[in-house]
Design a protein around this ligand. Sequence first.
Ligand SMILES: Cc1cc2nc3c(=O)[nH]c(=O)nc-3n(C[C@H](O)[C@H](O)[C@H](O)COP(=O)(O)OP(=O)(O)OC[C@H]3O[C@@H](n4cnc5c(N)ncnc54)[C@H](O)[C@@H]3O)c2cc1C
Length: 280
Amino acid sequence: MVEGYLPKDLDDALKVLNEKDVIIYAGGTDLMVRNKNAASLLPKFDKNLLYVGHLKELKEINVLEDSLEIGSACTLSSLLRSEKTPESLKESIRQIASPAIRNMGTIGGNICNASPAGDTLPILYALDAKLKLVSENSSREVHIEDFILGPRKIILERTEILKSIIIPKAGLNKLYYEKVGARKASAISKLSFIGLAEVKEGRVKDIRIAIGSVAPKVVRVREAEDFIKEKNLEDIKSQMGEIYKIYSKEIVPIDDQRSTAVYRKTVALRLIQYFLNTKI
Ligand SMILES: Cc1cc2nc3c(=O)[nH]c(=O)nc-3n(C[C@H](O)[C@H](O)[C@H](O)COP(=O)(O)OP(=O)(O)OC[C@H]3O[C@@H](n4cnc5c(N)ncnc54)[C@H](O)[C@@H]3O)c2cc1C
């Protein structure tokens, strides 16, 4: 039988992590499903569990001088309620699961689960989020793009925990989010798209496009963003073919139970065009 640890604070949790081989969990909405057992039996685990969903050090949202720091155990519902949460992040959270799952599920769990269909991931990529990873003896910050290696593969060491997500402030004045699913509510994404831009006097000063579920990792293509930057809106329209070509190389979806590769690629490219032609 597995044991569960209920640490009194973050230091206590880090001590357990240092001394025992445990699985961290917060809301359990991914982990319990992944480890589900036969009907009416408890989920099956081969290691002890460390619960962190109650730790107040992981539930804070702090506005810093040039960034926002979100605790990893903030539930998706609490982020929707907070005035500090960027609107772009709220747009994606509103379309995750149902209120019951959002009341339990956390932003840290969504990131560490590292699913290609994780709905907060594209926006966190587009916002250039960094993750603070701490252990009993160390602390480091890594870019979210370097944290996720592929489906369910992250660089977290056994003794580390994801403490918080750091989102740098940015003057982005255009936002377009689209989650494409089988139905409007409570559907896992076929793909999801976020476009952010800063446009001044008809010229693109900053542009960030991130697309989920069209490759093993979220697709964000710096080459394409650099190509678009500093162009005026008319030039972007006339050079859409070039932009398509750059994104096409990186959009490499698969067929699965939710959609086909052809559908995903076609829709992803159309959404890029729609965003650049009509939303900025
Ligand atoms: C019915 C249903 C519908 C869903 N719909 C969606 C959806 O539409 N979109 C979507 O993106 N997701 C969806 N999900 C998945 C899930 O709800 C989210 O990914 C949620 O954010 C996971 O958070 P959690 O706290 O429950 O994670 P948990 O299950 O607790 O943990 C998930 C993983 O992260 C690790 N982990 C958790 N916290 C930390 C931490 N602080 N440090 C290090 N590792 C950590 C765990 O070890 C585990 O590997 C759905 C799930 C269900 C059951």
